[in-house]
Design a protein around this ligand. Structure first.
Ligand code: NAD
Ligand code: ZN
Length: 247
């Protein structure tokens, strides 16, 4: 039996699956992952912009980076990989997508339950009083292009910087859904960023069938993946979904 047929059979019989995705699912939409040598990460060094301490020391500089990120994200659309997860949800085979991405493309593809482990660009919160604001709120005051809270403190996008904890609710729900899933499709993550990368291992311990799709092998491949597809998500996932939907 070929891998597509085997994976499709597991998905059909186990039915209630979850997706677990990383930056690799969005590269075919034009958002580079950290490994790509071009794009936003070569213009903005993550060591200089990615840490909470960078934001606290120089919010204006980091907000310029956020604006550049928002600008890049506004020109991209979901790709065949994102739409394949939506097809699986529509057909009743997928409960939710757990993502490490902050680009919002799973929601734009139509998935209704997306747990964003590294937060969202669509929300801001105050570092002092914790009040939350929608990103597109028209009432935000700006000081040197930095949004300011009603209490006068600076607002930070609710994405997780290095040195910050993950949003507890999203992480707890991701663990809960993974524990009760029949299968997990892991797509486009190097599984190197913790604690997010714990989730596939937690799932596997609970008997979840692991299907991994990645351009290259990862630490998951030889340790927990039951089936590994080496290739582009935008090619592999639609092919797999086609096989699942063949009755
Ligand atoms: P990563 O960059 O560490 O790994 C991406 C993986 O996807 C690699 O294994 C790569 O080989 C693979 N890949 C890339 N393109 C692929 C394709 N078309 N088909 C199949 N595989 C492909 O990404 P990560 O594990 O998500 O960790 C990076 C961190 O950076 C995450 O925490 C994420 O939040 C953040 N990030 C997010 C975005 C985004 O929101 N789109 C982009 C870059 C980084
Ligand atoms: Zn405040």
């Amino acid at each position: 039996m070929n891998s597509y047929k085997e994976a499709a059979r597991e998905i059909r019989t186990r039915k209630h699956g979850v997706g677990f995705t990383g930056a690799g699912i969005s590269t075919e939409s034009g958002i580079p992952d950290f490994r790509s040598s071009d794009g936003i990460w070569s213009r903005y060094d993550i060591q200089e912009y990615g840490y909470l301490k960078n934001f606290i020391q120089n919010p204006e500089k980091v907000w310029n980076f956020i604006h550049a990120l928002e600008n890049d994200f506004s020109f991209v659309s979901p790709n065949a990989g994102h739409y394949s997860f939506y097809e699986l949800e529509k057909a009743g085979f997928l409960k939710c997508v757990i993502t490490q991405n902050i680009d919002g493309l799973h929601q734009r593809a139509g998935n209704s339950r997306v747990y964003e482990l590294h937060g969202s660009m669509n929300e801001l919160h105050c570092l002092k009083c914790a009040k939350k604001f929608p990103r597109n709120s028209s009432s935000l005051k700006l000081k040197n292009s930095v949004p300011i809270c009603e209490c006068g403190s600076i607002l930070k996008p609710s994405i997780v910087f290095f040195g910050e904890p993950l949003p507890a609710e999203a992480f707890d729900m991701a663990v809960k859904e993974s524990l009760s899933a029949g299968y997990m499709i892991i797509a486009g993550t190097s599984a190197a960023v913790y604690p997010a990368a714990q989730i596939p291992y937690i799932a596997k311990k609970n008997g979840v069938f692991i299907i991994e799709i990645n351009a290259e092998r990862t630490p998951l491949t030889s340790s927990i993946s039951d089936i590994f597809f080496e290739g582009k998500i935008g090619i592999v996932l639609p092919e797999l979904v086609k096989e699942v939907l063949k009755s």
